[in-house]
Write a protein that binds this ligand. Structure first.
Ligand code: 5GP
Ligand code: ZN
Length: 107
């Protein structure tokens, strides 16, 4: 499958890795829109967060836990976790991913 995030998970495309669990990886967004902008991504392919929630809820919880841990490490505690779902909502990569963004980096 021609999926850029599957290729990052497989190590076929480089990314600036920030963290990893059994189910999820996290890496810096290539085009950050906030001082902190990290993507949290399930290792298995799901098209969007709704598919992930219905098909592998444990992996969604794992993703939120990893994102929350990284937000605590890299921000002063205030952050957003957002999931664009569908083209008209701004989704451009059709492998589920959460955006961790914060305007207040830790240092
Ligand atoms: P979406 O618009 O689908 O919610 O978010 C996709 C995000 O993936 C965008 O913020 C975009 O900058 C990021 N992105 C797209 N391609 C790559 C890539 O190859 N590497 C990394 N690290 N981020 C990417
Ligand atoms: Zn994928």
């Amino acid at each position: 499958m021609d999926c850029i995030f599957c290729k990052i998970v497989a190590g076929e495309i480089p990314a600036s890795l920030m963290g990893e669990t059994e189910h999820s990886i996290a890496f810096k967004d290539i085009s950050p829109r906030q001082p902190v902008h990290i993507l949290v991504v399930p290792k298995n392919h799901h098209t969007n967060v709704a598919d992930l929630a219905f098909n592998d809820p444990d992996a969604l919880v794992d993703l939120v836990q990893l994102g929350s841990k990284l937000a605590a490490e890299h921000s002063k505690g205030s952050f957003r976790l957002s999931f664009n779902t569908g083209t008209e909502a701004g989704q451009t990569v059709f492998h589920a991913h959460g955006h961790i963004t914060s305007t207040t980096p830790k240092n």
